[in-house]
Design a protein around this ligand. Structure first.
Ligand code: MIC
Ligand code: SF4
Length: 644
């Protein structure tokens, strides 16, 4: 039997386990990346592990999220990351160099290698045939130290692409179609591989847009073959030596197959407040809009922005629309500046931002109240834009640009003949914003600089035998980590300050939650399906831990968040019978006894609803290794014990 692309890479990197669907496998990790919002914590954890130098082939620390420096906090964090990177063998991509996923694709990614990143959009690397996955910071720290990265062997899904996109229809529309069909939970436990004749018609940046937003499917990762298109891209990046061809075997077996005829797709938008709430632009109709934001790791490549520039050239942004544009990297920015396209964007009235995440994570450009904002980003969860009642639609750069001119939702196909923008033969290569680490000899004398914003990692204890606590919060389906631990300009600077962050935990859903936790001292959270979707931020586990959350009982979990809970020592439990969810009310007193033995043994865990006087069964979604982690009180304790 042949192998899929992902199975081949897994096989080459398998350190433990068997490649049977659902069972835990340990993978050797070749490359890691961090960004600043998750990086401070990841490096504190790495330091706590006591490994002097990273053991990966390449580890890169990016600064791209917290670049609004409204106080000392962000700048202090940048300095901490820069010095800690220098000391421990990590390349440092300075603020101004661009968004981690875009830069990594351009300058560091290699087909066939494994990459984990403390950011959920790490699968962007799948655009050049990497097995690239998002992970919690602690998992990245362990991988930097040479440890395996553990996942459950995913199912393999093939998306067979045929035909060719119509003019003005773009990669964003492809992934929106996949989201429309599969939904935000459709990818859980799966790797999505793109195949078929249609693949050849997609450039690397287009492929990367598609694998990037595979994160919104909940997929473990998404991957394209590495082919001539990949080789051309790497060559244009001066990295032809990094190319290796990669394809699935003719007799590879997939668990599911989906067919998409590219020529049938139309421009689409993901409507508020979920990336799978997809409609065509035509269906939405010419509704008035207030804002357009172009950029983010999904759609900020040179080709994307050149298309935007070609649409805006010689025109003026509609008087009622604010248009902001953030190029994805210094390479993109600089090339636009050199060829004059930047001048076209400026002349049209675009507000040009630095190359960083910016508005995507609520760092500025929050829309007006009830404002309709068209964004080329990947997430439109409620409140994420920084405006509680903002109405965020996710669209392609083409739809965004033309709508910015007309002031209403506009199908870019109304533009007439498409302007052909070829991939440049040579991208502009200048890695002067990447700082190499100190040599092994020099490393000892590098001082790690810590500002007052860096607080201790919350202490965890071995799992107690009895949990008796109230259901301090009950939430519904598809709760994202943006609900659990919001980001945005006011909160993001405190990613290394768990006590401060705790004031905002779940406040999108319930303003009183942090206070209730403080009063009660401990608690349990009840949730629906796909709990913890979205970001990889481990703060969505560490902050509840700090607030005394002992267990989370839900219908189902999103992959990264579930691992983060276990890593933090919080019990992730799922209802055996989902209908029990309806019987529990917020503030019910719950009790779990003989817990340690139950976790050790595996099998059902019985929970008593003391208030209502009934019991129900749950299951801990943990592998044997994770059971030990939870028993020890989290991965940091576990790693320390195992090292000892
Ligand atoms: C996001 O897009 O939500 C983020 C911000 O990039 C996160 C990481 C974080 O919360 O710092 C992600 O996608 O993992
Ligand atoms: Fe940054 Fe947005 Fe991409 Fe997250 S999704 S890495 S915030 S650009």
């Amino acid at each position: 039997m042949g192998y899929t692309i992902a199975q081949k890479i897994i096989k080459n990197h398998l350190l433990s386990g068997e490649m049977t669907v659902g069972s835990e496998i340990g993978l050797r990790i070749d490359q890691t990346l961090t960004q600043d919002a998750t990086g401070t914590m990841a490096y504190l954890e790495f330091e706590a592990m006591g490994v002097p130098r990273v053991k990966t082939e390449k580890s890169v620390a990016y600064i791209d999220h917290n670049t609004l420096q409204t106080g000392f906090e962000n700048a202090d964090d940048h300095r901490f990351i820069q010095t800690v990177a220098k000391k421990h063998g990590i390349y440092f991509s300075r603020p101004g160099n661009g968004i981690c996923h875009q830069v990594h694709l351009e300058r560091f990614g290699i087909p066939g290698k494994t990459l984990i990143g403390s950011d959920s959009h790490t699968p962007t690397g799948g655009g050049i045939g990497m097995l690239a996955m998002g992970a919690g910071g602690l998992d990245v720290a362990v991988a930097m130290g040479g440890g395996a990265y553990y996942i459950n062997m995913p199912k393999m899904v093939k998306i067979n692409l045929t035909g060719r996109l119509q003019p003005w229809v773009s990669a964003k529309d492809v992934i929106l179609e996949v989201l429309r069909r599969l939904t935000v939970k459709g990818g859980v436990g799966k790797i999505i591989e793109y195949a078929g004749e249609g693949v050849k018609t997609l450039t690397v940046p287009m492929r990367a847009t598609i694998t990037n937003m595979g994160a919104e499917l909940g997929a473990t990762t998404s991957i394209f073959p590495s082919d001539e298109v990949t080789r051309e891209f790497l060559k244009a990046q001066g990295r032809e030596q990094d190319y290796t061809p990669l394809a699935s075997d003719a007799d590879a077996v997939y668990d599911e197959t989906l067919d998409i005829d590219l020529s049938k797709l139309a421009p689409m938008a993901a409507c508020p407040h979920s990336p799978d709430n997809v409609k065509t632009i035509e269906e939405i109709g010419p509704r008035k809009i207030d804002q357009v934001c172009i950029g983010s790791c999904t759609n900020s490549s040179y080709l994307d922005l050149m298309r935007v520039a070609s649409i805006l050239k010689g025109k003026t942004v509609h008087p009622d629309v604010s248009l902001s544009i953030a190029p994805g990297s210094k390479q993109v920015y600089n090339m636009l500046a050199q060829n004059g396209a930047l001048a076209d964007l400026i002349a049209a009235g675009a507000r040009i931002l630095e190359c960083a995440c910016g508005p995507c994570i609520g760092m500025g450009q929050s829309p007006n109240s009830k404002g309709i904002s068209l964004r080329t980003f990947n997430r439109n969860f409620e409140g994420r834009s920084g405006t509680a009642d903002g109405q965020i639609y996710l669209v392609s750069p083409e739809t965004a640009a033309v709508s910015a001119l007309t002031g209403v939702f506009t199908d870019p196909r109304t533009l007439g003949a498409e302007v052909e923008i070829p991939q440049p033969e040579h991208f502009l290569i200048n890695d002067n914003m990447v700082v190499a680490p100190a040599s092994e000899e020099e490393a000892a004398s590098v001082e790690v600089l810590r500002g007052p914003n860096i607080k201790e990692f919350p202490a965890t204890k071995a799992l107690e035998d009895t949990i008796q606590a109230k259901a301090l919060l009950k939430v519904g389906d598809n709760i994202s980590t943006d609900h659990i631990m919001p980001a945005g300009a006011k909160i993001l600077p405190y990613r290394s300050n768990i006590p401060y962050l705790s004031n905002f935990c779940f406040t999108v859903c319930d303003k009183e939650f942090p206070e209730r936790c403080r009063q009660e001292g401990k608690g349990i959270v009840i949730g629906g399906s796909n709990y913890g979707q979205g970001s990889s931020r481990e703060h969505a586990a560490l902050v509840p831990l700090y607030l005394g959350v002992k267990a989370v009982i839900v219908k189902s979990f999103a992959r990264i968040h579930c691992a983060n809970l276990a890593n933090a020592g919080i019990l992730p439990l799922v209802f055996k019978d989902e209908s029990v969810y309806g019987k529990i009310d917020q503030m019910d007193e719950l009790e779990i006894t003989n817990l340690r033995e139950a976790i050790q043994k595996g099998g059902a865990i019985t929970v008593k609803d003391v208030t209502k006087g009934f019991t129900f069964e749950t299951e801990a979604v943990l592998t044997q290794r994770q059971r030990d982690i939870v028993l020890d009180g989290g991965l940091l304790n576990y790693t320390r014990e195992h090292q000892a």
